[in-house]
Design a protein around this ligand. Structure first.
Ligand SMILES: Cc1cc2nc3c(=O)[nH]c(=O)nc-3n(C[C@H](O)[C@H](O)[C@H](O)COP(=O)(O)OP(=O)(O)OC[C@H]3O[C@@H](n4cnc5c(N)ncnc54)[C@H](O)[C@@H]3O)c2cc1C
Length: 459
């Protein structure tokens, strides 16, 4: 979420101080954990030992000899219990499998280490003259972690990162190294692109890239109703278009990115964490006075300057997220998505003055990965966030039913309550995937309880 602009626009420090007699509270620091935990600490610490294999042979041995579930981990930025394992199991970090391995400039592809972080790959790729076509809000994820849950950015013609996979190497549940690419096992590529770490541990991936490019980023505030009316036109007109609805404000922050060759502008300081904490302060002190909250937000936003920046694509598309939150995001059929967003907004503004994080709305092009939520057509994604210390059960009881009624598919890495049979009903090739899974992992070495419930109990 691009909170830097919210802070700049709101300029609320003085205002909040005068209401509260103090400054905005500091961002919450997550407590130290005993075992592995995900980024937001929404999952209990895992009892499994964390190992960092250095070679494919070591990786293969670990898979073959571990008694409990073997779970690969990237940066731990998912909320769903994909990574935890039990006391007999192991969590594997692929940090040693990093870097740009080889580049094919003619095809604009590169083999990349699956454990590499996107933020390290982007500058390394820029040196070769290439770049990822698109990125999400952050780039601290590992390449394998991001693709395994179909991580996406926004753009009507831009697919999720997994759709850019041309080939990959993994170590299967039997400990064998397998290449899946146009040259070998090509029929498995659709299964392997989005696989939740359930087919094998990815070690290298061949990605379709694009020439390194610059973007013009424009951020401005618009009346929410106007954004709803113009959204389709803006998705059509801009390479990347997204908006954040600021709850209780009637206003949305609109962000567009378009390619340019104009000279770079100076980079701005990332003050996004302060921005969201100021929204929190307004919630804390004026949560039960929606009219006043709306007036103060409206007054601050009215004076917001438009932001225009030019720079390298990867430097503008992703930013830092240091205020910890929990999130539910569903990918909805485009024709009903904005109505669902309206329903979500209406419900939250009627019943949940505790919510202060902006809701995010993005679009992603369709692809053919079997378990991609964007399989067979574009989707509009709507995301609702709550501050990590706050209760978030209403996401399941009140928000998720709206998304489900609209025919949404959940983000694989974000909060959702779907069971195996429910997931199966959303993906035409689910059974084919489950068969490939069984073939590559006959003994179920990669299945923790969550994955077992998805893939074994639904058949
Ligand atoms: C602050 C924040 C912002 C986010 N922004 C976005 C966004 O803009 N767009 C979006 O779509 N999502 C977003 N997400 C979600 C995030 O991109 C996904 O959850 C992603 O999967 C996290 O990547 P990771 O490296 O942390 O993977 P992890 O969460 O560690 O793992 C995710 C999955 O990948 C598997 N995996 C990891 N490494 C391997 C490997 N080597 N081989 C096989 N499987 C592997 C794991 O087993 C697991 O199933 C965000 C999350 C956070 C916390």
């Amino acid at each position: 979420m691009q909170r830097r602009q919210i802070l700049k626009a709101l300029g609320l420090s003085a205002l909040v101080s005068s209401v509260s007699g103090g400054s905005a509270p500091a961002a919450s620091a997550p407590k130290a954990a005993a075992g592995w935990q995900n980024w937001s600490k929404s999952l209990a610490p895992s009892k499994a030992r964390v190992e960092t294999p250095q070679t494919t042979e070591e990786l293969s041995r670990l898979i073959q000899t571990t008694k409990g579930a073997v779970r690969p981990v990237g940066s731990g930025h998912s909320w769903t219990p994909l990574v935890p394992s039990d006391g007999d199991g192991k969590i594997l970090r692929l940090d040693a499998f990093d870097g740009v391995r080889s580049v094919d400039m003619a095809k604009q592809t590169a083999w990349l280490g699956a454990g590499a972080r996107l933020k390290d790959l982007s500058p390394a790729l820029a040196e070769t003259g290439l770049a990822f076509r698109n990125l999400g809000d952050i780039d601290v994820q590992s390449l394998a972690g991001a693709t395994s849950t179909a991580t996406h950015g926004t753009g009507k013609n831009l697919p999720c990162l997994a759709a850019e996979i041309k080939g990959l190497k993994l170590v299967s549940g039997t400990g064998d190294e397998i290449e899946i690419s146009a040259k070998s096992n090509a029929d498995l590529l659709g299964a392997a692109q989005v696989a939740l770490g359930s087919l094998g541990v990815l070690t290298e991936m061949e990605m379709q890239l694009v020439p390194r490019h610059k973007l013009h980023r424009r951020v401005r505030f618009m009346p929410y109703t106007q954004v709803l009316t113009e959204a389709e036109t803006m998705w059509q007109a801009h390479r990347n278009f997204e908006f954040f609805y600021i709850p209780f404000s009637g206003t949305a922050m609109v962000i567009t990115h378009d390619e340019t060759e104009a000279p770079d502008t100076p980079r701005l300081l990332d003050e996004s964490d302060d921005g969201v904490m100021q929204l929190k302060a307004l919630r804390d002190y004026l949560g039960w006075f929606p009219f006043l909250r709306k007036r103060l937000l409206g007054a601050a936003i009215a004076n917001a300057p438009e932001e225009n920046i030019i720079g390298e694509s990867w430097q503008l598309l992703a930013s830092e997220r240091n205020v910890h939150f929990n999130e539910m995001e569903y990918h909805l059929p485009p024709e009903v998505a904005l109505e669902a967003l309206e329903e979500v907004r209406d419900l939250i503004e009627r019943e949940h003055p505790d919510v202060f994080f902006p809701f995010e709305c993005r679009m992603t092009a369709g692809d053919s990965a079997w378990l991609s939520p964007f399989n067979a057509g574009p989707r509009i994604s709507v995301a609702v966030h709550t501050h990590a210390p706050d209760a978030y059960d209403f996401l399941f009881t009140k928000i998720e039913p709206i998304f489900q009624r609209a025919g949404g598919r959940p983000h694989w890495g974000k909060l959702n309550s779907l069971t195996g049979p429910q997931v199966r009903a959303l993906y035409p090739k689910f059974d084919d995937f489950a068969k490939v899974r069984k073939q590559l992992d006959p003994q179920g070495r990669f299945l923790n309880p969550y994955l077992r419930s998805l893939f074994e109990r639904s058949l």
